[in-house]
Design a protein around this ligand. Structure first.
Ligand code: KIV
Length: 271
C-alpha cells in the first residue's frame, strides 16, 4: 500500500498537486470518532462526513431528513479522531438551497463548530451563487454532480445519470462552472465512465468518482458499504472489502451463548 508519509496534513492544495502528479486520491465517509481514527490512521487522503449518515447512521431511507445540527455532531466526532486527512462535511438538504446568505451561515456553522476543513454541496448552476459566496468567505467547497441524492424526489430513482446527451452536456458545463467559481474538487456520482473520464481530463481540479469509473482522479465509497456493515446495498460499483455484518453477528451470537451458559465471565474476567 502506498501512503505518502511526506504529507503531514492533507490540504486542498495537496489534492491539486496529487492530480497534477497523477496520484490517485482516496476518500471514504466516516461519521464518528472511532472509525475516523481507524480510517485516518490507515492513511486515507480525505474523509467525507457525508449526509449518507442519514441512511447508515440514522436509518432513514433518504439523505433528506438529516439536519445541520446532526451533521455538526457527526463532524465534531470525526474531527477528534483525525490527525492527517482532509475532512469535508456535507451541507445537508435545506441548509443551502434557499438563498446564498443562508448557505453561507450554514457553512460558517460547520467550520466554526466542528473544526472541519471544507464543505460539500450538491448541484451546479442552481446553487452557484451560494458556492461563490461560501468560497469568497474563505471556505473551501467540494462540488457534487451526477446522481445527487438530495434531489432523489426530482429524479425518482437512483439509476445512472447523464446517459442522455442533454444531461451530459449540462454536467460538463456545471463541472467547468464549479471549477471557475473556485471549488477545489468535484464528486462525480453514478455517471457513465466515458463522461467522467472526459470531464476529469478537462479540469485542473480533481474529480472523485463513485460509480463513475476508473479515470476519475480519486474514488470515494461509503464506509458502511465497503466494510460490509450494510449488506442489503450491493450496487455494481461497490467493492466490499470486509463482511462486518457477518463477523459481528457471529461475535454477538458467541457472546450471547457464553452469557447463557455461564462461561462468561470466567475467573480471570472478574475482580
Ligand atoms: O453522503 C455521501 O456519502 C456522499 C458520497 C456518496 C459521495 O455524498
Amino acid at each position: 500500500m502506498s501512503v505518502n508519509k511526506e504529507v503531514k496534513r492533507v490540504t486542498t492544495n495537496t489534492l491539486l498537486k496529487m492530480k497534477a502528479a497523477g496520484e490517485k486520491i482516496s476518500m471514504l465517509t466516516a461519521y464518528d470518532f472511532s472509525f475516523a481514527k481507524i480510517i485516518d490512521g490507515a492513511g486515507i487522503d480525505v474523509i467525507l462526513v457525508g449526509d449518507s449518515a442519514s441512511n447508515v447512521m440514522a436509518g432513514h431511507e433518504t439523505t433528506l431528513p438529516i439536519t445541520l445540527d446532526q451533521m455538526i455532531y457527526h463532524a465534531q466526532s470525526v474531527i477528534r479522531g483525525v490527525d492527517r486527512c482532509l475532512v469535508v462535511v456535507d451541507l445537508p438538504f435545506g441548509s443551502y438551497q434557499s438563498n446564498s446568505d443562508i448557505a453561507l451561515a450554514s457553512a460558517i456553522r460547520i467550520m466554526k463548530e466542528t473544526g472541519a476543513h471544507s464543505v460539500k454541496m450538491e448541484g451546479g448552476q442552481e446553487v452557484i451563487d451560494s458556492i461563490k459566496k461560501i468560497v469568497s468567505a474563505g471556505i473551501p467547497v467540494m462540488g457534487h454532480l451526477g446522481l445527487i441524492p438530495q434531489s432523489i424526489y426530482k429524479f425518482g430513482t437512483y439509476a445512472v445519470r447523464a446517459k442522455e446527451e442533454v444531461e451530459a452536456e449540462k454536467l460538463r458545463k456545471d463541472a467547468s462552472l464549479l471549477q471557475e467559481v473556485g471549488c477545489f474538487a468535484i464528486v462525480l456520482e453514478k455517471i457513465p465512465a466515458d463522461l467522467a473520464k472526459e470531464v476529469s481530463a478537462s479540469l485542473m481540479i480533481p474529480t472523485i468518482g463513485i460509480g463513475a469509473g476508473g479515470d476519475c482522479d480519486g474514488q470515494v465509497l461509503v464506509m458502511h458499504d465497503m466494510l460490509g456493515i450494510n449488506t442489503e446495498f450491493k450496487p455494481r460499483f461497490l467493492r466490499q472489502y470486509l463482511n462486518i455484518h457477518e463477523q459481528a453477528t457471529k461475535a454477538v451470537q458467541h457472546y450471547i451463548s457464553d452469557v447463557k451458559s455461564g462461561d462468561f465471565p470466567n475467573d480471570n474476567e472478574q475482580y
